[in-house]
Design a protein around this ligand. Structure first.
Ligand SMILES: [Zn+2]
Length: 266
């Protein structure tokens, strides 16, 4: 099999495996990759495993039963902690694995006719033989934007996630919108400001659960800040020389947007 799938029969001793228990990942001594020989047969649940390719290497992914951590003298960690502690490689490999497992689990049956799906010939879709629909992994595009006004930038705290840091505004792209439309709409909805020029900066795959974050700068045009109740707990202008705690530029496009702007302005 090719694409996102791998047959358990083809497993070799040296193959590296990621084991998920629910949405947590099995880790031993800080390492999330297991060699085939370290994992007893009974802990590899499916006949068909998910395959993640990264940097020219393949990693195999499977779900393991509850309690496996005790048998293997290991611990379970969340994708978020693995990402913040393990850096970019951990985030991309485990993030992709998590997204593909979710897609596989939620598309076992056809949404049109209810029949069981199977991997298609390319291995990149789940396919319904009865009505011939293919279901590809879904990526949800979002925008994340730093509103800027010379030496000050707009930072906010989300009301729902209760993060300890201040960050950029963000939102999902709605049906029919361009990314730039979403930037203008979200800034207006979340803090009641109008923005002028919008500049694309960079994008990032964000596996919570399956977003593609498109990072932008948006120039402030007019208005007074009014945080959207229930969405934004706090939003304000911050001088680039006196910033509060912001996300790490190493793992998030939000942190990178802020760091890049501040460096350019100083
Ligand atoms: Zn069908």
């Amino acid at each position: 099999m090719s694409g996102y799938f791998f047959s358990k029969d083809s497993l070799a001793k040296s193959d590296r495996i990621l084991l998920f228990v629910g949405n947590r990942i099995l880790v031993k001594n800080g390492d999330f990759l297991w060699r085939r020989e370290q994992v007893p047969e009974r802990f590899i649940a499916q006949d068909t495993m998910i395959k993640v390719s990264y940097g020219g290497e393949d990693f195999l992914v499977t779900r393991a039963p509850e309690g496996v951590e005790n048998s293997l003298d290991a611990e379970l960690t969340s994708l978020r902690s693995l990402m913040f502690e393990g850096g970019e490689r951990a985030m991309l490999v485990a993030g992709k694995a998590n997204q593909l497992l979710d897609w596989h689990a939620s598309h076992q049956f056809c949404g049109f006719c209810g029949e069981k799906t199977i991997p298609d010939r390319s291995g990149q879709a789940l396919f319904c033989i009865a009505c011939r629909h293919a279901f590809f992994p879904r990526i949800n595009p979002c925008v994340i934007m730093l509103v800027v006004d010379g030496h000050r930038i707009l930072l906010a705290r989300n009301a729902r996630f209760r993060a300890e840091f201040y960050s950029c505004l963000a939102g999902f792209i709605e049906v029919g919108e361009s990314a730039e439309d979403t930037v203008r709409r979200e800034v207006k909805e979340e803090v009641n400001l109008d923005v002028g020029a919008i500049r694309y900066y960079k994008s990032q795959s964000w596996p919570f659960p399956s977003q593609l974050m498109l990072g932008f700068y948006a120039d402030f045009a007019s208005g007074h800040i009014r945080p959207e109740p229930g969405e934004i707990e706090e939003a304000d202008w911050y001088d680039i020389h006196e910033l509060p705690k912001v996300p790490s530029a190493r793992v998030s496009v939000a942190g990178d947007l802020i760091e890049h702007y501040v460096k350019a302005m100083k």
